[in-house]
Write a protein of this length. Structure first.
Length: 424
């Protein structure tokens, strides 16, 4: 008779302990509130503030451009001051900006308040990632995957609530949605205050008895390899513009698929991320593994562009099938890139300047929000060939990044030791 005891499998704990769980709750509340507003902001400015299409476009462009500065400045502040205090201040800034939008229809003030909110949003996103990096330690990839799943669930909840409110078709409904967004930031700030301050590599080194004399932290703006890496990241983030702009316009103007397919593809994207992001994180639990994911990521982008191009060559059924396949391919690319980006952006950053480096990395996603719509509309204007080139260019960029980061990573110890993320 065998004496080996069989132990019951225990669920994998949330990385980061109590503070990790609190930050996940913060993410859920934050994204639920953002989902209330992001889905109706254009309609609010159009029907409540009575702005023209050109005015709404200009407001979004200016607010987005100013918001770009939030990532590097927020990261720099997080290296100099306690992270939770900086994050709490940014959440209060976002709350004040949302409350302020309720008080006026003056165009200049609307731009100013939207810009302040955008600045706080981009900075808070970077610092939330930095908090996860510090509190989750070697299991940060899994933590980020869980966080992203929670964020997508929050967006979905907020979007559904917004859709229900809009069914009323009243000005008061828009005001309540914006108020809900503002109150969510107040709640988030309150929760953030209760989070413990995670250890900062810079402060640990500074207080260590065996630490060498303090030296000036490295400057990411002088790190050519990191800046080149961020430039390639800007291209890899273009999948965001595909779902927000590319697919809806392509379905409306260049394919035989029914127009109602556009929101269904967004639902498909959301469901896939919620269901698969955490399981896929197990393929990127070390720096080397994350870098190697750039090859299948390249294939996913190429497949997404090709199937999107082919969707214009058939009837309604064929177009629907190919568009669905393209949406699935771009969603796979989105999840793979999220895993790769979380790890490499930290692995390439020195511990004494994590905030500053991650702030510069945050510019990639912020910049993509400006150039992404232009890139996908150019692909649409070119026709099927445009989408083939679009996917191929991003695929080639993945290969370039894979080669670019090889030597810098070889000179740096693995930032994350091999760990399992299985549920057994």
């Amino acid at each position: 008779m065998s004496t080996t005891r069989r132990t019951a499998a225990r669920p994998k704990r949330i990385p980061g302990g109590r503070d990790g769980r609190r930050m996940l709750a913060i993410t859920l509340v934050d994204r639920t509130g953002s989902g209330l507003w992001a889905t109706v902001s254009v309609l609010y400015f159009t029907y409540v503030s009575h702005l023209s299409v050109a005015q709404v476009g200009t407001l979004a462009a200016i607010a987005g451009a100013i918001g770009i500065a939030g990532a590097p400045l927020g990261g720099r502040l997080a290296d100099r001051f306690p992270l939770t205090r900086v994050l709490t201040t940014l959440q209060l800034l976002r709350a004040l900006a949302s409350f302020a939008l309720l008080t006026t229809d003056n165009y200049v003030l609307l731009i100013a308040f939207s810009a302040a909110g955008g600045f706080g949003d981009r900075a808070a996103n970077v610092l939330t990632k930095l908090y996860a990096t510090r509190v989750a330690g070697p299991d940060r990839i899994r933590y980020q995957a869980i966080s992203r799943t929670v964020a997508n669930a929050g967006w979905a909840l907020g979007g559904l609530a917004a859709a229900g409110a809009l069914a009323l078709g009243t000005t008061a409904a828009y005001h309540w949605l914006l108020l809900g967004d503002a109150l969510s930031f107040v709640a988030v700030a309150t929760l953030t205050v209760r989070c413990g301050e995670p250890p900062s590599p810079q402060r640990v080194i500074a207080t260590s008895k065996d630490a060498p004399p303090a030296s000036k932290p490295q400057n990411p703006w002088r790190d050519r390899i990191y800046l080149a890496y961020v430039a390639t990241e800007t291209v890899l983030f273009l999948d965001d513009a595909v779902f927000k702009v590319g697919l809806p316009l392509w379905i409306a103007h260049a394919s035989e698929a029914p127009h109602g397919l556009a929101p269904l593809l967004m639902v498909l994207n959301n469901v896939m991320v919620v269901a698969l992001q955490v399981p896929m994180a197990r393929f990127g639990t070390t720096t080397t593994a994350a870098r190697n994911l750039l090859i299948p990521l390249s294939a996913a982008f190429a497949l997404g562009g090709t199937t999107l191009a082919l969707s214009a060559t058939g009837g309604a059924v064929t177009a629907t099938v190919l568009l669905t396949a393209s949406a699935a391919a771009f969603t796979m690319a989105e999840m793979l890139h999220a895993t790769v980006s979380w790890e490499l952006s930290v692995a390439l950053a020195p511990g004494t300047a994590q905030g500053a480096y991650l702030g510069v990395h945050g510019l990639a996603q912020s910049t993509q929000r400006s150039i992404g719509p232009l890139a996908v509309t150019a692909a649409i204007a070119t026709g099927p060939l445009g989408w083939t080139v679009f996917g191929s260019v991003i695929a080639l960029t993945c290969v370039i990044q894979h080669r670019m980061v090889r030597e810098p990573l070889a000179r740096t110890p693995l930032s994350v030791p091999p760990v399992t993320v299985s549920e057994h």
